[in-house]
Every structure is written in structure tokens, then in C-alpha cells.
Design a protein around this ligand. Structure first.
Ligand code: WTA
Length: 653
């Protein structure tokens, strides 16, 4: 940790928003931020009631917050329909003919949906879901490419009170089975396929494979995206376009309780089984609405673009719920950033006049590597605000983004948050916060963030510790689906009544938060969380593998690369073709994002005398090529020499 801290300390470049930007922004001075932040911490009920009032409620809440740590209820007694707030209130008002979604497919097709058109599409699909017998609180899996139908499917679930669980289209059939089983879903919404780098991803085929193992799904609705031939099971599988033609484009939405479950999103933890993070309605919508308004400073004339996939929390909060609740126009893109070349994003920014652009550090690093000639070809002068999310941004990438994309004039909001927090927690406010490359700066309104040591004592400035949140916030997770014990243990057991984020961080003298990275066995690969335990159990599921240990290694573009150490069952001889087979095996079980970059076969893994694999040592070997510390606790110290040899030999070859 100390190395990172020192390198950050030398960061003295500071960027203040221009006077012009500040003047037009909602929060335009640090004094205003400080005053509002103080109020939001001391009197959260006042602050959040004001925010929530900007949404449409069919019944006002009786009480803003009921807090029985770790259980929170926000806007208790209130009733609203999340979908109506994102769609109908704009469609039936002055934004009726305003573009809600400007979509571009990877192959270049274009579609625009106004708020009114979106309302009709969502209403039709809500009618389809109801005609299939899907009811309030039923779980619905969504496994789709980045088409407007993905957002429509999510909104339609929200409209009828069904709980969606979106699975990223890069996940495999086996990953779908786990999530179907955990959520006990009764329906799946998918597509015949999606495009990625010009190739078709066989989504429906994966669903078919998953449903061979999980029998409780009664309905599959298939959106026709590619026109590929897929098999349709009679009485279970239905085409989206055929079903939506049979129903009305009017759907009367019911209001649901503020604490009605909205969605489950699975994310990696430090043990093998993904955690089903549960979010509810009123608080989540208030949090995503409010962060969009203040952090992205969304206005009616903005064209906003978030490049995430709807399969991740960033897509949920900052493609679907937050931006639509604000009635903004957004760009949505189906494919890869480098298709057909690394100019794709910049070309689209020029074409649609994008004003707010939100992306990930891993993408920025890939663009830097591809070269400045790509952004230089396009006019990026429409941009006024940039944002990043997913991992700490290295100062070089921040500077490149600032200079080459933002033309030196756009503030950058480096936003720290998590699947669990639902909405952005630490971020600059673009009209007032001085930014520095590498820090997410200051807590958002209502966020009581701190760095504490093992005993819960607050750390001094520049002292590294654990990032915690000391007060409840509206968009916080409410549970790990059907696993209260794990919820309590994972997030609330380190310090009483306090949320542990699992990240290491420090604050500087000005109170800026510098996030160092995860403290648990979770890797951050291209901004995506992957549990080492999950990858290890996928490896051990292969018939040749006896034991596996997975660690992360710093990677220029991905942030971290997955490195696997594997020992084979007795009598099995390994070679490079088995290594490839094991990589593909992980791809098949979890999805290609989890494929190890390197697989090292080793007859033994380093273990303590009590038999625990010492991942710390493996990490040191892959990062430095050696072991610096004491290895006397090892059961068999000769293992280390052998491993160092294997790893260094491979990185030379
Ligand atoms: C990391 C993504 C530094 C962090 C929204 C966190 C970040 C995990 C940042 C959550 C940032 C996210 N600076 N680190 N701006 N944003 N992280 O659940 O380790 O996919 O705990 O949510 O990503 O990842 P998740």
C-alpha cells in the first residue's frame, strides 16, 4: 500500500473548474458544497426529503428513514412507480418529443426513441410480461445485448413490480444457471444474439443450455437482434416482436411501496458464490436521480453518454434509472470501443454532440495505447464534462483524458462507488471541487465516509486504512438476496453499525479520498470485479485439476490480469495445450472476462503448515519475480524456488 501512497503524495497538479462552468453549475462554490454537505450529514431527513420530493410519489412517505443497523428503510410508507418516474412523467410533459435514447448498433444502425415512444414500448412490454403471468416480486433474468430493449425490459419489470436480475452478456451458460438458481427466477428475457467486434454472441443458445439444468423457468422472451437461427421451445419461448404486437401500448402502472424490491444484481465477493445485491425502489431512485443531477450536472440540453454495459451496476444506475429519472437525452452504443477502430467513441461524440461522457480508466488506457491520431480526427468540442468509474485512475490516464479528450477545459468527475452503494458516493462536484489526477476527492451529500484502522479508530491524514461509511444512505443495498447472515458478515461485522466497503484508502490534508484498491480477494479486471475464489472453483471443477490459486498481477490496460497457479491430479502430465484448455474452461464456466492471462502448472502450491494456500507469496512472485520476506511459515520452502523458476521462465518466453 505504501508505494501507492507515496506516488500519490507527489501529485500536486490541481485543476479548478472554469468560472464559466461554475457559474452555470448547480453547485458553484466550495462554500455551497460544504454548507449542503454539513446539513445533509446532520439533518439527512431534511436533505433527502427535498431530493425525493422532486420525484413523483402517489403517496408521500410518513417518515424519511427508519434505521435499525444494518437494516434501513427509506421514505417509509411512501408509494411510487419507478418506471413512471423515468418515463411517463417526461412523456406526458414537455419532454414528450425529446429524444430519450439515441442508439447506435455496432454495425452502424441508428435508432432514436423519444420519451413518448419509450413510454409506448415499455407499456407494451409490461403488458406482455403480465400476459405471461409475471407478477409483482417475481424474479426475471435479463440477458441481453446493449440495445434499447435491454433498458425497456428493465423498466417494464420495474413497472409491474417484478424484480429484474440482469446478467452481463459476456457471462457463460453456467453463470446463468447459478443466478437462476439463486434468484429462483420464473422468466428470462434475452435476444437471439448480440454483436461484439463484428461477431455474434450466441445469447439464446447460452440460455437454452442453462435452462437444461434449471427447470423452473416458465417463459423466455426473445428479442430478434441478429436474425440468426435459434431454436424456440413451444409453450416456453416467445418472440418479443410477435408478443408486443398482440398487446396495447397503454399500460396503467400501479404504485409500489418505497421499499419494494427493484432488482438483484450479482457481484463477486471473496468467497466462490456471487452475491445477489438487493436494491429497492424509492431510496435507490432518489440516490441515482440526485447524483446525476449534482455530479453530472444534468440539464435539459445535455447529451449524455455512459459507455458501461447494462449488465453492471453502472449501467443500472447511470444508463437506465438515474439519467431517465432526470429526463436527459442519452446515447447508447451496442459494441466494442475499437470497432471498426479506436476512433469509434470520438466519432460518435462528434456525430451526436455529446456533452457529458462517462467511461472507465481501462478504456482510457487502451485509447492511450492506440494513439492520439484517433481522437485528433474528430471534433470533440461539444464535451463539457467527463467522468470515470470502476477503478483508481492512474494520473497519466487522467491527464490524457483531460487534455486529449476534454481539450483541457472539461472537469473530470472521478466517481467512487460500488454495486452495493447503488449510487456514486465519493466524487468531485464539477462546478466547485478542485480536482487532482488520481483522487475521487470528496463525499457526496449525505455520505459520511471515513478511513479507519483495524480497531475502528479514524486514521490521520495520509495514513492508509479501510474505507467505511458511517451513516445509512438512500441507495444502499438492503440485503444479499435470501442471505441476511452473509449480508451482516460481509458489510457490517467489522465495526458496529458501520458499512465496510472492502477498499483500502487514505485521505489527504484537504480531505480528498485516494482509493488504493480492494483489501479482500477480489480482483479488478478492466473495471470488473472478479472473485479469485470463483475462478479457483471453476479451475478445480476441471477433471485434471487438484488445486488452484488465483492472484492478480498489475496490467497496463486491464488494471489487473488474472494469473492462475494449478496443481494437477496425480498421474496427469500437463503441457501448454492443457494450459490453453484450462483458460478456455474458465471462459466456459464464468465468461471470457475471467480467463486467466497465465496458467502456471506446478506440482505443489505454497502452503502454511495448517494447509492454507499463501496467495500473498504467489502475488509477490508474479509481481516482482521474487520473494522478499520471511517464508518460514511455509510447509515446504523449496516449492517457492520452483515456482519462481516457472514464472520467470514463462515471462521470458
Ligand atoms: C473500485 C462499480 C477507485 C473499488 C461502480 C470498488 C474504484 C469497486 C472507483 C466496486 C474509483 C470503483 N476509484 N476505485 N473511482 N470506482 N472502484 O461493484 O475497488 O463493480 O470497491 O462497482 O470498484 O466495483 P463495482
Amino acid at each position: 500500500m505504501s508505494r501507492n501512497i507515496e506516488s500519490h503524495l507527489s501529485e500536486d497538479r490541481e485543476f479548478k473548474p472554469s468560472k464559466d462552468f461554475a457559474r452555470k453549475a448547480r453547485i458553484s462554490s466550495m462554500a455551497q458544497y460544504k454548507r449542503m454537505h454539513k446539513e445533509s450529514i446532520e439533518k439527512p431527513h431534511l436533505f433527502w426529503a427535498r431530493e425525493a420530493k422532486e420525484l413523483d410519489w402517489s403517496k408521500k412517505w410518513d417518515k424519511v428513514l427508519e434505521w435499525n443497523a444494518p437494516d434501513a428503510k427509506w421514505f417509509v410508507g411512501g408509494k411510487l412507480n419507478v418506471c413512471e418516474n423515468c418515463v411517463d412523467r417526461h412523456a406526458e410533459g414537455s419532454r414528450k418529443n425529446k429524444a430519450a435514447i439515441i442508439w447506435e448498433g455496432e454495425l452502424g444502425e441508428k435508432r432514436t426513441l423519444t420519451y413518448q415512444q419509450l413510454q409506448k414500448e415499455v407499456s407494451r412490454f409490461a403488458n406482455v410480461l403480465e400476459s405471461q403471468g409475471i407478477k409483482s416480486k417475481d424474479r426475471v433474468i435479463i440477458y441481453m445485448p446493449m440495445t434499447p430493449e435491454a433498458s425497456i425490459a428493465m423498466l417494464a419489470c420495474a413497472r409491474i413490480g417484478a424484480v429484474h436480475s440482469v446478467i452481463f452478456g459476456g457471462f457463460s451458460a453456467d453463470s446463468i444457471v447459478d443466478r437462476l438458481e439463486d434468484s429462483q427466477a420464473s422468466a428470462v428475457i434475452t435476444a437471439d444474439g448480440g454483436y461484439r467486434r463484428g461477431k455474434v454472441v450466441p445469447l439464446k443458445e447460452n440460455v437454452d443450455a442453462a435452462l437444461k439444468k434449471y427447470k423452473k423457468c416458465r417463459t423466455v422472451i426473445v428479442h430478434q437482434r441478429t436474425g440468426e437461427k435459434v431454436s424456440m421451445k413451444k409453450g416456453r419461448d416467445y418472440w418479443w416482436h410477435q408478443e408486443t404486437e398482440k398487446v396495447s401500448s397503454i399500460h396503467k402502472a400501479k404504485a409500489f411501496d418505497s421499499e419494494h424490491p427493484l432488482f438483484i444484481l450479482y457481484t463477486s465477493g471473496s468467497t466462490g458464490k456471487p452475491k445477489g445485491i438487493l436494491h429497492t425502489s424509492g431510496g435507490y431512485l432518489t440516490g441515482t436521480y440526485s447524483t446525476c443531477k449534482y455530479i453530472f450536472d444534468m440539464n435539459d440540453d445535455d447529451v449524455y453518454w455512459c459507455t458501461a454495459d447494462v449488465g453492471w451496476i453502472t449501467g443500472h444506475s447511470y444508463i437506465v434509472y438515474g439519467p431517465l429519472a432526470n429526463g436527459v437525452t442519452q446515447v447508447m452504443y451496442e459494441g466494442a470501443p475499437n470497432y471498426p477502430d479506436f476512433g469509434r467513441f470520438w466519432k460518435m461524440i462528434e456525430e451526436y454532440g455529446v456533452t457529458i461522457f462517462y467511461t472507465a480508466p481501462t478504456a482510457i488506457r487502451a485509447f492511450i495505447k492506440a494513439g492520439d491520431q484517433f481522437p485528433q480526427k474528430y471534433d470533440l468540442s461539444s464535451l463539457r464534462l467527463l467522468g470515470t468509474v470502476g477503478e483508481p485512475i492512474n494520473p497519466e490516464a487522467w491527464m490524457w483524458f483531460h487534455d486529449k479528450i476534454g481539450g483541457g477545459r472539461c472537469p473530470i468527475v472521478d466517481t467512487w462507488w460500488q454495486t452495493e452503494t447503488g449510487a456514486i458516493m465519493i466524487s468531485p462536484l464539477p462546478g466547485c471541487t478542485p480536482t487532482k489526477p488520481g483522487t475521487a476527492t470528496l463525499p457526496f451529500f449525505g455520505v459520511d465516509a471515513a478511513i479507519v484502522d483495524e480497531n475502528g479508530k479514524e486514521c490521520k491524514a495520509n495514513e492508509g486504512g479501510r474505507l467505511v461509511i458511517r451513516k445509512p444512505w438512500p441507495s444502499m443495498l438492503r440485503n444479499i438476496y435470501r442471505d441476511k447472515a452473509r449480508f451482516r458478515k460481509t458489510y457490517w461485522s467489522d465495526y458496529s453499525g458501520i458499512y465496510t466497503a472492502g477498499d483500502g484508502a487514505r485521505t489527504d490534508k484537504k480531505g480528498n479520498f485516494w482509493i488504493v484498491g480492494r483489501l479482500d480477494d477480489v480482483l479488478n479486471v478492466s473495471g470488473h470485479r472478479l472473485g479469485t475464489a470463483e475462478i479457483e472453483s471453476a479451475l478445480v471443477a476441471h477433471p485434471t485439476v487438484a488445486e488452484a490459486a488465483v492472484v492478480g498481477k498489475p496490467h497496463e490496460i486491464k488494471g489487473q490480469a488474472v494469473i492462475a497457479f494449478v496443481s494437477l491430479k496425480a498421474g496427469i502430465q500437463g503441457d501448454s495445450s492443457l494450459e490453453t484448455e484450462l483458460r478456455n474452461h474458465v471462459g466456459k464456466i464464468i465468461g471470457s472476462i475471467a480467463k486467466p492471462d497465465e496458467v502456471h502448472l506446478s506440482p505443489m502450491l505454497p502452503k502454511t503448515r495448517s494447509g492454507k494456500i499463501m496467495r500473498r507469496l504467489l502475488k509477490e512472485i508474479v509481481t516482482t519475480g521474487n520473494i522478499s520476506g520471511n517464508i518460514t511459515t511455509l510447509d515446504d520452502p523449496t516449492v517457492i524456488k520452483q515456482l519462481i523458476k516457472t514464472v520467470t521462465k514463462k515471462s521470458k518466453s
